[in-house]
Design a protein around this ligand. Sequence first.
Ligand code: GDP
Ligand code: MG
Length: 597
Amino acid sequence: FDPKYIRNFSIVAHIDHGKSTLADQLLLQSGAITQREFREQLLDDMDLERERGITIKARAVAINYTLDGQVYELNLIDTPGHVDFHYEVSRSLAACEGAILLVDSTQGVQAQTVANAYLAIGNDLAIVPVLNKIDMQASRPEEIKEEIMTTLGIDPSEVLAVSAKSGLGVPDLFRAIIERVPPPAGDPDKPLRAMIFDSKFDDYQGVVVYVRVVDGTLKVGQKIRLMAGGTDFEVVSLGRFRPREVACDELGVGQVGYVSANIKKLSDVRIGDTITQVPGGATEALEGYEEPVQVVFCGLFPASHNQFDDLRTALQKLALNDSSFTFEPETSDALGFGFRCGFLGMLHMEIIQQRLERESNLMLVQTAPNVTYEILNRKGEILHISNPTRIPDPGDIEEFREPIAKVNFILPTENIGAIMQLCEDRRGTYIKTEYLSTTRAILTYQLPLAEMIYDLYDKLKSATRGYGTMDYELQGFRADDLCRLDILVAGQKVDALSIVVHRDHADRRGRKLVKKLKGEIDRHQFEVPIQAAIGSRVIARETIQALRKNVTAKCYGGDVSRKRKLLEKQKEGKKRMKQVGNVEISQEAFLSVLDDS
Ligand code: GDP
Ligand code: MG
């Protein structure tokens, strides 16, 4: 296929602005799927994606479209919109020459609209700006074009308008893609170079990698080399997603597809690596991806001790499908053997945990999430620590530094005050306010990452009745008066419950924590003291009274359903119990240390 007639593009947008719906519509109007095969958000085929109605993994689909008698091959890469999945977006963009920047014409420019647009511009992509949902009553196309102009400097006359739902305006969009997105620029006569942008594990085929061919041709039966590790394989099968997998004999310049080559070892494949041919291979690999930065860490432990190996296998498999999280073995006095894992954000963490449990049938206990801290110790060494239990004792710390982020909120002007208060309460530093229009503004703050990862997003949503959005960018570390707060249960330090807090908030957090834990830990046959301490100084204490002989005493007089509920609740809790000394602590108790509300 002549690369002249190939277009590779992705769709970027803020969450819910209609990317997946537009992808459906492009498939439908190009004839890649029939009305009968059609189902909504067709590309979101992962169970979790369908349940939550969001896209987690990027997808690549090859479709054919005929314009003015010429057949074009369009490779469309659908991307997730949530801030946590930026990394997926940036990888997709590296495989494209263009991006459709989709903006919901009832909502306007949002935080991820701006962030994703800059990502696309940074990758030198041709931008095709498109307003969506113009079928809706609340659509305000002219106003939103102005916003696009103000935030991104895009001329309103370049902006298309569609309804991804009804298909209105989509033929014009096809034309704009073909006219404005440049064809791939690779050289078919050069040695093969193909970029691995994704991979998955298949029980029969082993590792299947998703590639975009940059130079040369990839053929069935060909000997290939993965350049980073220098390992060789033979191509068993090749194909493209249309949207189902359809096998083919070769992939040429600019084409996107999958490669199966009997790759059995998960560790052989690296996302961002280059595939070349053997012999006569390329000497220079393609520029890889920027390594993703994990910002949230937590411990994941199997609920039962004998599942450690299963957890390791599950993590390895998942890492192949999502290379943006990290894991390394960790031992906890309280929780035994498990892994310390790093994620791109809270949603990412939640999703990885759920995928692990579902895809590998594991039951996990998760510790409170935290960020990475930078510590300058008394010996003048700088330590990077993402596990609170490793933080040195107060006397050994010269300077305790935490990650700082620049946060952009896009919100209705009437909510500026509320969000400023929210940021001030979280040790924020005001930077500026810019007006998008008379009713909407961009508010910029500097905030400690630790103060925003947990619930800032939810708080923003409720304060702005859903209209506010945010995006952030890390800016390095800053010293502050921080300390490690430990929790002792029955006199024993529970390593998995240690957290880092600002000293001004330590007393309040400590008191709240022990109170909360008191409510979460069941009564035992003996008295259980719960203490919060900084170093050796106890700052708060609560005591769980010993259980009275009659276990169901508290149910007497209550109705039957209440009693049953209680028993069920106990059973549920049992599933995720951990033994600390001779005290049992539930998963909920571990998570309760998070909640600062
Ligand atoms: P994504 O998060 O960007 O992938 O957004 P989705 O494609 O999942 O769409 C979010 C919601 O907007 C869904 O409920 C869609 O049905 C709806 N939607 C998308 N495009 C349109 C449109 O053009 N018109 C209307 N009325 N609704 C749309
Ligand atoms: Mg989607």
